[in-house]
Design a protein. Structure first.
Length: 267
C-alpha cells in the first residue's frame, strides 16, 4: 500500500513537471507564435520567452524567413502552339502570421499549387520567342500576379525566376535554321549597304574626274606603279577610253608639221 502511494505521488510529480514544461516556450528571432485561447485566436507572440496556459492555450509556430520553393516543371503550350517544359523558383515570406495560419490550411502547399497554375496560365499567353528572350518581363508579371493572389494569406512574394525552358529536339533544329536564315539575311543586307555606299563614292569620284580629265592620267600612272611591284610575268592592263580621247585632243591642238615631199604651190 505504501509502495503504491509512493508510485502515485511520483506519477503526480511527473505530470506536474510535464505540465509546467509545456507552459514555457522559446521563440527565435525569426519565429512568431499564433496563440489560440480555447480554439479562438488570441494574439501573435514572440520572439523570446513565451508562457502558455496548459490545456487552455495552444500555439502554432510560424517562420518569417524567406522561403525558396522550386516550382516543378510544367508542360504548357505557348501562344504559337509550341509545347515546352518550364520550371522556375519562387521566393516568398510570411508577413502576417495570423492570416497565414487562419486563412489557409497549409500556406506552403497552397502557394506551391498557385505558382504552378499561374505559371502555366501566364506563359501560355506568350509566344515562344517571348518566353526565351523576355524573361525579365515574364518574371515581373508572375511575381505581381502571385503577390496579389497571396495577399489574403499574409504572404509576400518577393521574386519569381524562370530557370529552364526545355524544347523538343525538332523545335531546337527549327530554331537553329531560323537563326541561320536570320544571319544570312543580315549578311546580305550589310553587303548591299556596302555596295550602295561604294557606288555613291564611285559616282562622286567619276564626277570629279569628269571636271578634270587630266586626273585620269595620274590614276593610270599610279596603277602602272602598283603593277610594276608585282612579280608576275604577264600583266594585262586595259587602256582606258578616256586616255585615247585625251591623246586625240592633245594631237589636235599641236602645230602642223610641213612635209618636205609634199608639192609646193606655185608662186
Amino acid at each position: 500500500m505504501i509502495i503504491d502511494f509512493i508510485y502515485f505521488q511520483l506519477l503526480i510529480v511527473i505530470l506536474l513537471v510535464m505540465l509546467f514544461a509545456s507552459m514555457f516556450r522559446i521563440l527565435r528571432e525569426y519565429e512568431r507564435g499564433v496563440v489560440f485561447l480555447l480554439g479562438r485566436f488570441h494574439k501573435v507572440k514572440g520572439p523570446g520567452f513565451i508562457i502558455l496556459i496548459p490545456l487552455v492555450q495552444q500555439m502554432v509556430r510560424v517562420d518569417l524567413r524567406i522561403v525558396t520553393m522550386d516550382i516543378p516543371s510544367q508542360d504548357l503550350i505557348s501562344k504559337d502552339n509550341v509545347t515546352v517544359r518550364v520550371n522556375a523558383v519562387l521566393y516568398f515570406r510570411v508577413l502576417d502570421p495570423q492570416k497565414a495560419i487562419i486563412n489557409v490550411e497549409n500556406y506552403l502547399e497552397a502557394t506551391s499549387q498557385l505558382a504552378q497554375t499561374t505559371m502555366r496560365s501566364v506563359l501560355g499567353q506568350h509566344e515562344l520567342d517571348e518566353i526565351l528572350s523576355a524573361r525579365d518581363t515574364l518574371n515581373a508579371d508572375l511575381q505581381r500576379i502571385l503577390d496579389q493572389s497571396t495577399d489574403g494569406w499574409g504572404i509576400k512574394v518577393t521574386a519569381v525566376e524562370i530557370k529552364h525552358v526545355d524544347l523538343d529536339e525538332s523545335m531546337i533544329r527549327a530554331i537553329a535554321r531560323q537563326a541561320e536564315a536570320e544571319r544570312s539575311r543580315r549578311a546580305k543586307v550589310i553587303h548591299a549597304t556596302g555596295e550602295l555606299e561604294a557606288s555613291k563614292q564611285l559616282l562622286e569620284a567619276a564626277r570629279m574626274l569628269a571636271r578634270q580629265p587630266e586626273a585620269i592620267q595620274l590614276r593610270y600612272l599610279q596603277t602602272l606603279t602598283e603593277i610594276s611591284s608585282d612579280n608576275s610575268k604577264i600583266v594585262v592592263f586595259p587602256l582606258p577610253m578616256e586616255l585615247g580621247r585625251i591623246l586625240q585632243e592633245m594631237g589636235a591642238h599641236s602645230p602642223d608639221v610641213e612635209d618636205p615631199h609634199s608639192p609646193r604651190e606655185p608662186t
